[in-house]
Design a protein around this ligand. Structure first.
Ligand SMILES: Nc1nc2c(ncn2[C@@H]2O[C@H](COP(=O)(O)OP(=O)(O)OP(=O)(O)O)[C@@H](O)[C@H]2O)c(=O)[nH]1
Ligand SMILES: [Mg+2]
Length: 424
C-alpha cells in the first residue's frame, strides 16, 4: 500500500435553487396573489476527520467534488429541497491549505473535527416573499446563489509524542516493533521504511505515549535527497525526538557525524525543529565494535547535555531506561501540535456586505460583495426584477453617492463590470 500524505483537490458546493414566480389559482378566481416558493440551499462540502482513515489515498483517485444543487422552489409557496452535503473523510492530522497561497485554512487535528470547506449557495426567494402593500403582484423571484468553489491541498502531518529519527538501517523500526504492537517492515537495507509508522508505548496504566517511526533521513534530505522532505513534515508534530545511532558503526559511518548530519537537515528544513528535546539511543550495542564507539559518543553528547542511552533493539537491553527517559521529558513539555505553516485568513464572502461607489478615470464604478450578490439575483430582462434592483440601489444610498460624485442623467455607470445608463 502506498502512503499518500499530500493531495490536491477542487471542491465546489452546490448552487442554491431558484425562487419561482407562481400565482395562486382558485377555480373561479383567475388571478390570485403571488404563490412562488423559495429555492433550496445548495449542498456544502464538509471535511471530517476519521480515525479509521490513515492516508489521503482516496483523494489521488478522485480529485474534484461537486455538491448537489438545491432544487428550485415550487408553486403553493413550497420550498425546493436542499442539495445534499458531501462529507469527505480525512485522517486525523490533516492540514487543509489554500492552493494559491499555500497557507493553512484549517488544521483538523482532533477526532471528529469538522469543517465546511465550501458553503452551498443559498436558495433564491420566490415571488411570494416580495409582496408588499405597494407591490401586491411581484412578477419576479430571486435566482439561487452560487456555491463556494475552491482549490485546496490536503496535507497529512501525523501527530505523535515521540519521533524516531536517524539514518537508514540504524534500527528505528526494530525499536518501534519491540516497544509497541506495531509490525513495521524490518530488513537489512536502506529505506526499508517508506511511510511513517505509529505505535503506542504502554509503560503502565495512565503512562502511555504515541511514537512514530520516521523513514530514514540522509544528508540532503531537506533538499529532497533520499525520501526527502516528505517525511520531515511529520517530525513537526512530535514533542520529543529519539535520535537513533548505529553505535557499532558497522556500515562504515561515524555515528557521531551521523548525529550532526541529521540535525543539519532538520534545521535546514525548519529551525524550530531544533527546539524539540532530543535524546540519543545508541543502538546495536550487542555488536562488539560498539564498545569502541560508546565512550566517544557519551563524551561528545553528554557534555552537551544530551542524554545517551545504550540499547540493543536486538537483545532488548536498555530499552526501559530509554522509554522512561522519554516519558519524563514528555511530562515536562507542553502538549502542542502546532505546525510551522502560515495561517490563511479567511474572508467570508457571505458576510461581505461591502458596497463601493467611486469615480475612476472619469468612469462611475459600483462594486463590492453586496452588489455582486444583488446583481446575481436580478433578472435583467424582467421589469419588476429590475425595478427591485433600482429600489435597492436607492435605499442603500448608491444613487445619492453617484450624484455626489457628479453623475448626470444618461451617463454610464459600471456595476460589477456591467454597464448601465444612469437616470433618476
Ligand atoms: N545486531 C543488531 N542488529 C540490529 C539492531 N537493531 C536493528 N538491527 C538490524 O538492523 C537492520 C535494520 O533495522 P531496521 O529496524 O529496519 O532499521 P531502520 O532504521 O528502520 O531502517 P530504514 O527503515 O531503512 O530507515 C535489520 O537487519 C535489523 O535486524 C540491534 O540492536 N543489533
Ligand atoms: Mg525502518
Amino acid at each position: 500500500m502506498m502512503f499518500i500524505d499530500v493531495a490536491k483537490i477542487s471542491v465546489k458546493a452546490g448552487k442554491g435553487g431558484n425562487g419561482v414566480v407562481a400565482w395562486r389559482r382558485e377555480k373561479y378566481e383567475p388571478s390570485g396573489g403571488p404563490y412562488g416558493g423559495d429555492g433550496g440551499k445548495g449542498g456544502s462540502i464538509i471535511l471530517k476527520t476519521d480515525e479509521g482513515i490513515r492516508t489521503l489515498m482516496d483523494f489521488r483517485y478522485k480529485r474534484s467534488y461537486n455538491g448537489e444543487n438545491g432544487e428550485d422552489g415550487r408553486s403553493k409557496k413550497q420550498f425546493g429541497k436542499d442539495g445534499k452535503d458531501i462529507i469527505l473523510r480525512v485522517p486525523v492530522g490533516t492540514l487543509v491549505k489554500d492552493e494559491e497561497t499555500g497557507k493553512v485554512i484549517v488544521d483538523l487535528k482532533d477526532k471528529d473535527d469538522e469543517y465546511v470547506i465550501a458553503k452551498g449557495g443559498i436558495g433564491g426567494r420566490g415571488n411570494a416573499r416580495f409582496a408588499t402593500a405597494t407591490r401586491q403582484a411581484p412578477g419576479f423571484a430571486e435566482a439561487g446563489r452560487k456555491g463556494q468553489e475552491r482549490r485546496i491541498i490536503l496535507e497529512l502531518k501525523l501527530l505523535a509524542d515521540v519521533g524516531l529519527i536517524g539514518f537508514p538501517n540504524v534500527g528505528k523500526s526494530t525499536l518501534l516493533s519491540i516497544v509497541t504492537a506495531a509490525k513495521p517492515k524490518i530488513a537489512n537495507y536502506h529505506f526499508t521504511t517508506l511511510k511513517p509508522n505509529l505505535g503506542v508505548v504502554r509503560l503502565a496504566d495512565e503512562m502511555s505515549f504515541v511514537i512514530a517511526d520516521i523513514p530514514g533521513l540522509i544528508e540532503g534530505a531537506s533538499k529532497g535527497a533520499g525520501l526527502g522532505h516528505d517525511f520531515l513534515r511529520h517530525i513537526e508534530r512530535t514533542r520529543v525526538l529519539i535520535h537513533v545511532l548505529d553505535a557499532s558503526g558497522i556500515e562504515g559511518r561515524d555515528p557521531i557525524e551521523d548525529f550532526y548530519k541529521i540535525n543539519e537537515e532538520l534545521s535546514s528544513y525548519n529551525d524550530k525543529i531544533m527546539e524539540k528535546p532530543q535524546i540519543i539511543a545508541a543502538n546495536k550495542t550487542d555488536i562488539p565494535e560498539a564498545a569502541e564507539w560508546l565512550p566517544r559518543i557519551r563524551e561528545e553528547f553528554e557534555t552537551m547535555g544530551i542524554p545517551v542511552f545504550e540499547i540493543s533493539a536486538a537483545t532488548q537491553s536498555g530499552i526501559r531506561e530509554l522509554l522512561y527517559a522519554a516519558w519524563d521529558i514528555l511530562e515536562k513539555t507542553e502538549v502542542v501540535y502546532e505546525t510551522y505553516d502560515d495561517m490563511f485568513v479567511e474572508t467570508d464572502e457571505d458576510i461581505n456586505e461591502e458596497i463601493i461607489v467611486k469615480k475612476e478615470d472619469g468612469m462611475f464604478i459600483v462594486e463590492g460583495g453586496f452588489m455582486e450578490r444583488l446583481l446575481q439575483s436580478t433578472y435583467m430582462d424582467d421589469n419588476e426584477s429590475l425595478r427591485y434592483f433600482q429600489e435597492t440601489l436607492r435605499k442603500r444610498g448608491v444613487v445619492d453617492e453617484l450624484v455626489d460624485l457628479g453623475i448626470n442623467e444618461g451617463d454610464s455607470v459600471f456595476i460589477c463590470g456591467y454597464e448601465f445608463e444612469f437616470y433618476e
